[in-house]
Structure formats: C-alpha cells, structure tokens
Ligand binder design. Structure first.
Ligand code: HEM
Length: 402
C-alpha cells in the first residue's frame, strides 16, 4: 500500500497486514489506541499498557466464549457442531473464575518446572532424529519438513497419543484452525466440522481408555481427576485443545523466529544468546496476534466507550511494538534487555500454561538447528508466504538451504 490505511481498514487477514502490519499499528497506537474494526466486528486495543490492563481485569474483560469467536460460521455448521456441544465451552481459556480457577489448578499439575525440564532430552532427540534424515538433502521447506515434526511428536507423547495416530490428530488440528479462525465457504465448513467432530470422538475414546488402563501421560493424570476436580467433558476439551496448542503454536513461532534470524544475519545464534534471541523474536514476530475478550459492562478508555457485551481484541502484536516500552521497536536487538516483557503468552490469570514448555522447545530447537545447520540460509528467489488466521501469525512456506 502506498498510503497508510485508516483504523477502519484494520483487517488481520489482508495480505498487506499479514506481511507487515507494523507501520499501520504504530499509527493506530498514536492516533486510535481503541477503535472499532468492521472486518473483525470487534473493538481493538493497541497500546501495551491497555492490553496488559485488560488481560489483568477478567471481571470487565471476560474470557467466556473468547476462543470460539468465528463470525463466519453458517447456521448449518453451528447446528452440526452445537448438537455435539463442541464449542469448547468448558476449555480453560474459554471460561472465567471461579470455574477457571478450578480448571487451571488441575492443568497446572502437569506443567510443573520439573515435568517441563524432563521433556528437554526427548525434544532434543526428536530434533536430532529429524535432522539425521533431512540434512543430507541440502534444502527443505522449513515449515513442512523441519518446524513441525518434533513439536507434534513431543505433544503427542506428553498427551499419550499413540504414534500411529499422530498424523490423524495433526490433520484434525489443522481443520480446527481453518474452521474457527479463517473464513471458509459453507460447504467446506460442514466438511471441516465433520472432521472436528471425529477428532472430539477420538479424544473421548482416548480418555475412556486411560480411565480403564492409566499410563504415565497427561491424559491419565487428568482422567484420574474426573468426578473429583473435573468432569469428563472438561477433560476431553482440555486434551483436544492442548493438542491444538502444542501442535501449532510452537512450530509457528519457530518459523517466525528462524525467518527473522536469517534475515537479520544472526544465524547461528551463539548458545549464550539463544534465550534472549528467542524472546526478542517473540516480541517482534509473535506467533500469537492477541486474545479476544467480551466486555461485561461499558468500558471507557481514552474517551471511547466500548459497550457492554462487545468483542474486544487485545492486540499483543501491537503491544510488542509499543515504543513506550520497547525503544526502537522495529529494530531486532538480540540482547534487548526487556525483550521478555512481550505479551505473546498473554498475561494474568490465563497466562499461557505451556509457556515454559514453549520456551524450552524454542531454545532447544535453535540450539540443535544452529549446531547441525550452521550454514542455513533462505533459498534465493523464493517468496515467503504467510498463513491466514485471526489469532496467529506464521509462515505457510519457508524454503531454506544449507
Ligand atoms: C510459542 C508458543 C505458544 C504461544 C505463543 C501461546 C500463546 C498463548 C496465549 C496468548 C494464551 C492466553 C490466552 C488468553 O488469555 O485468552 C495461552 C494460553 C494457554 N496456552 Fe499457550 N501458547 C504457546 C504454547 C503452548 C503450549 C506448548 C501449550 C501446551 C502444551 C499451551 C497451552 C495453553 C493453555 C492450556 C492455555 C490456557 C490457559 C488458561 O486459560 O488459563 N500453549 N497461550
């Protein structure tokens, strides 16, 4: 675009926005920190302080239904999903206290620092195994061939999905994202909804199997709490959505991270800088664009009244580029002192329960990839394309060679 668009042009799915929204977001932070987006049919908060304050105020910014915000689902699709109660109404990110407090306590049992640290060796091995197969080829699409497999396999093992079912689960997870987070034609919606219901049935059967025959995995740990702390439905929704998170967010962030490091000429990252480099990449190229909330009462902010019951996007993408918190926000500074203050994992009571695991995967992948592929570079002449999503940002294809 030659001239900067206006606030009313805010459209996270437009090509120009997906590729480089930052000059536009900078102007919005300055001129329209709170505005109505017709494309999203939601209000948008763009300043770091406002985004963080909204995350920290679950009483006025409710998470009820925040994850299933699709406005484009047809009645037929809604009916198909609704019959099966499959709107994830019991998922931990989709509820408020006191239900959230109870669910969060249960989930957190599986993400203790010790449990997370114990996954490092397994994740390193998964990366090494993959590289043993791919390195001799000298080139690959990073997204399809390098970025996903280790995270998908680690998440499957953590949950307790048998190896033979991994491909099925990954395909259904992709469908879920397409259905809820990017507009689809009506026929395709019904098809995707069918796939999603098959997926919920699958998880339902996995939970039943672990109830009978527990093992050392997340599903068994949560299943043991049924009747006491959790309901069967809550456990099914929790497992379905952790599989979504684990399968997709980390590989997306890794794709953004590798792309940024290669473009900045910062590859391979020296081991002592990997931790901060990963944070700076999350700040500047976050895989999560933000979170949705519903206002429970009228909220007045910078003279604008957001009415009660409105949908609001807390733009963490914009917050990560807020010049009042991150000086020279468009510059990539591998040793930026406050890089980790980004809000890509959210903030407050819903702060990502998998953040430590996500960070561990990013650091480990950068360490192994840097050591095994020190000459990694973008394939010349190839164009990087991005996925379309309301909540996520990541390359759809990233051709690399070494
Ligand atoms: C780089 C990778 C990741 C990113 C960018 C990310 C981002 C986020 C964000 C922004 C939230 C807050 C949602 C809200 O407030 O509405 C969140 C919550 C959550 N994340 Fe992550 N996440 C990542 C990795 C993971 C992983 C690996 C897991 C699990 C294996 C996970 C599981 C969850 C769960 C269960 C919640 C809900 C917590 C709650 O509502 O209390 N995430 N994540």
């Amino acid at each position: 675009m030659t001239t900067l668009p206006e606030a009313r042009d805010f459209d996270v799915s437009a090509d120009w926005h997906v590729a480089d929204p930052y000059p536009f977001l900078a102007r919005l932070r300055r001129e329209s920190p709170v505005f109505w987006s017709e494309h999203l049919r939601a209000w948008v908060l763009t300043r770091y302080a406002d985004v963080r304050a909204a995350y920290g105020d679950p009483r006025r910014f409710s998470s009820l239904g925040s994850l299933t915000i699709s406005r484009s689902l047809t009645d037929a699709t809604r009916e198909k999903l609704g019959e099966h109660g499959s709107f994830l109404s019991s998922f931990v990110a989709n509820v408020d206290p006191p239900v959230h407090t109870r669910l969060r306590r249960s989930v957190s049992r599986a993400f203790t620092p010790r449990a997370v640290a114990a996954m490092e060796d397994a994740f390193r091995r998964l990366n090494e195994d993959l590289l043993d197969r791919v390195v001799p080829r000298g080139a690959a699409d990073f997204v399809a061939e390098l970025g996903h497999e280790p995270s998908v396999k680690l998440t499957a093992r953590f949950i307790g999905v048998p190896e033979a079912d991994e491909a099925f689960v990954q395909a259904r997870v992709k469908e879920w994202f397409q259905l809820f987070l990017s507009p689809q034609p009506p026929e395709r919606q019904l098809e995707l909804a069918g796939g999603f219901l098959t997926y919920l049935d699958y998880v339902d059967r996995l939970v039943a199997a672990r109830a009978k025959d527990p093992r050392d995995d997340f599903t068994s740990l949560m299943t043991a709490l049924i009747g006491d702390e959790l309901t069967h439905r809550e456990v099914v929704e929790l497992i379905s959505t952790i599989l979504l998170g684990g399968n997709d967010t980390v590989p997306n962030q890794l794709g953004n991270t590798v792309l940024r490091l290669l473009r900045e000429g910062a590859w391979p990252v020296p081991p002592q800088l990997i931790g901060n480099a990963a944070e700076e990449c999350m700040r500047i190229d976050g895989a999560s664009l933000g979170s949705f909330r519903h206002t429970t009462e009228d909220v007045v902010l910078h003279g604008v009244t957001i009415p009660a019951g409105a949908l609001v996007l807390l733009s963490t993408d914009s917050a990560g580029h807020d010049e009042s918190v991150f000086p020279e926000p468009e510059r990539f500074l591998i040793d930026r002192p406050n890089a980790a203050d980004h809000l890509v994992f959210g903030y407050g009571i819903h702060f990502c329960v998998g953040a430590a695991l996500g960070r561990l995967q990013l650091r480990t992948a950068l360490e192994v990839l840097g050591r095994r592929l020190p000459g990694l570079r973008l394939a010349p002449g190839e164009r990087v394309t991005y996925r379309r999503s309301l909540v996520g940002r990541g390359p759809a294809a990233l051709p690399v060679e070494w």
